[in-house]
Design a protein around this ligand. Structure first.
Ligand code: HEC
Length: 190
């Protein structure tokens, strides 16, 4: 009986270590992740459009500089998750990818280069939390700040960007390019 109890305990411990998400959980986190990414993109984009209307890139870039991260964080609090946008060509170093995000970014880059569909990914991360990843695709409206200098990004805009981000790598993009990823961490439910 003692041995049997021990066996059951070992099984319980082992199975909790190798815990993975069920198909249903993956589906649910995919839906939720997409919703959070879309709502956050809308929130960031909407406020950006207002700023552009007010004073063009001159107003909008400093706005992104001071508000993009707090706004993203605010949305995370609202949805009880942690939200990050990251890329392998960064504008703001604070958005630097961690090891897991580097793997995901490389995977999407490969799919993008091969013209294959880039579906959202849901998996348990190193801390055991459900994690949602999805590609961020560059749209036409993003070109004013992330496109080609002298073509989409005026020289004047570029100098504003350079003054705030001397190490900026996030330009030279074309519409439809892979700009980066959404990385959304859910809290493990137990
Ligand atoms: C008005 C200029 C402007 C426009 C338009 C703009 N961005 Fe940005 N973007 C920025 C700035 C400035 C940052 C740095 C924000 C920060 O400091 O957190 C940034 C950061 C990012 C990041 C975070 C990763 C990084 O490189 O730091 C992503 C992803 C991104 N932009 C995607 C987009 C997409 C997609 C669009 C179009 C839907 C877009 N941006 C439109 C100025 C702009």
């Amino acid at each position: 009986m003692y041995k049997l109890t021990l066996l059951f305990i070992s099984i319980a411990v082992l199975s909790s270590c190798s815990k993975s998400l069920s198909k249903k959980e993956v589906e649910q986190y995919t839906i939720k992740g997409k919703e959070i990414a879309q709502t956050t993109a809308k929130k960031l984009g909407g406020t950006l459009v207002e700023k552009m209307k007010d004073g063009g890139v001159k107003e909008a870039v400093p706005f992104c500089n001071s508000e993009a991260l707090p706004l993203t964080e605010e949305m995370g609090v609202k949805f009880n998750v942690s939200i990050k946008r990251t890329s392998n060509l960064l504008r703001n170093e604070t958005n630097k990818p961690n090891d897991e995000e580097v793997l995901i970014l490389n995977n999407y880059s490969k799919l993008f280069a091969e013209n294959k569909p880039m579906k959202p990914v849901v998996e348990l991360d190193n801390s055991g939390n459900p994690h949602f990843y999805a590609p961020i695709i560059l749209q036409k409206k993003c070109l004013t700040c992330h496109g080609e200098i002298g073509v989409d990004v005026t020289k004047k805009s570029d100098s504003i960007i350079e003054s705030l981000y001397p190490k900026d790598l996030a330009k030279g993009y074309k519409e439809g390019d892979l700009r980066g990823i959404w990385s959304i961490t859910f809290k493990a439910t137990e």
